[in-house]
Design a protein around this ligand. Structure first.
Ligand code: TRP
Length: 339
């Protein structure tokens, strides 16, 4: 099967659980913005049905959904150029997800490392939805026949599973209907780590707010967090190699490089031998310059929830125009009668 019979189409999603961090921005949203108008149709989703695989307070879920939408918009996702919507408004996701539950094998789910990490020793007690989550994710992607999915390294296995589901469906029903989607994995510089422990990913749920930059942080908070970020006593090295085994130092260099759209090598070339007293304020200034306009715009949008809801609703209508015929044909292939 070739992928060429499919329109080049990008799909990706962010879960509305907790707030957005610099990790979401550099690792995901900034790249999503870059793919707009670059020869792809782009579809970006707030995946609220994924969020509820773990219990969410209903009022907080609504706020978090709007916040992710505001984060996309404030960062430059243009709702005319891209389709931007929240997943639950397009019921076809859940329907195709069910069909894929019947295609995917239990053994495949058992191999998902993210589930093992999240469920830990509590695997008997997590929701069935958390276990089946990757098959809903496959439905998100394949409902649009998406050919490319920009995701972090931690989601690569789920996109491979999506390919397995597409291949098994095509094989079982003797069709060439679903594409084999290509994961577009972020470069290492885009993996933003915790400011207090450079071996852990920056996460929205970590215990201390000082370990992450939130996309809603104001200028003073951003500057303060970078100035207090953990480092080691050594100055910046002469070459990138010198950052090996210095995870906190490496992370700050990577953040600087990603924010400024230059390579980590170029950052080192500029700051070789500099102490943290020089580098950290420079990083803080750069971060404020790039992020403060986004957080200001997010705040403006969050004060107008009706406008966000209108944009998501319009996006859902456009998403549905692509999704409905694909689901309809899937039902037909499977042998489900429709009125
Ligand atoms: N599972 C992804 C995450 O946790 C979110 C997601 C859901 C997604 N559906 C998707 C990402 C489809 C890409 C494509 O980050």
């Amino acid at each position: 099967m070739t992928e060429s019979k499919f329109t080049p189409r990008v799909f990706s999603g962010i879960k509305p659980s907790g707030g957005l961090t610099l990790g979401n921005y550099l690792g995901a949203i900034k790249r999503f913005v870059g793919m707009q108008g670059a020869g792809f149709e782009t579809i970006y989703c707030v995946v609220d049905l994924h969020a509820i695989t773990v219990w969410q307070d209903p009022a907080e879920l609504k706020t978090a959904t709007r916040e992710v939408a505001a984060g996309y918009l404030a960062s430059g996702i243009d709702p005319e150029k891209s389709i931007l919507f929240n997943q639950s408004q397009v019921h076809e996701h859940a329907e195709l997800g069910w069909i894929f539950n019947c295609v995917a094998r239990v053994g495949w789910m058992n191999r998902m490392t993210q589930f093992k990490d999240k469920a830990g020793s509590n695997a008997e007690n997590v929701s069935l939805g958390l276990y089946a989550y990757p098959s809903l994710m496959a439905a998100d992607i394949l409902l649009y026949h998406a050919t490319h999915v920009p995701v972090g390294e931690d989601q690569k296995q789920h996109v491979e599973l999506t390919r397995d589901i597409a291949a098994k469906f095509n094989h079982d029903f003797k069709v060439d209907f679903f594409p084999l989607t290509t994961p577009v994995i972020e470069g290492p510089a885009m993996r933003v780590m915790n400011l207090r422990d450079g071996t852990k990913k920056m996460s929205k749920s970590g215990e201390s707010d000082m370990e992450r930059i939130n996309m809603t942080d104001d200028a003073d908070t951003i500057a303060k967090k970078f100035k207090k970020a953990k480092t080691d006593p050594e100055p910046l090295p002469e070459t990138l190699d010198g950052l090996k085994d210095r995870p906190e130092a490496r992370n700050l260099v990577d953040i600087y490089s990603a924010l400024n759209d230059i390579t980590p090598e170029a950052v080192i070339a500029e700051y070789a031998g500099a102490g943290w007293g020089r580098f950290k304020p420079a990083l803080a200034d750069l971060a404020v310059e790039k992020l403060a306009p986004i957080s200001t715009e997010m705040e403006r949008l969050m004060n107008d929830p009706a406008e966000i809801d209108r944009i998501l609703g319009r996006g859902a209508e456009r998403a549905c125009e692509i999704a409905a015929p694909i689901l309809k044909e899937t039902y037909d292939i499977v042998g489900l009668l429709r009125r």
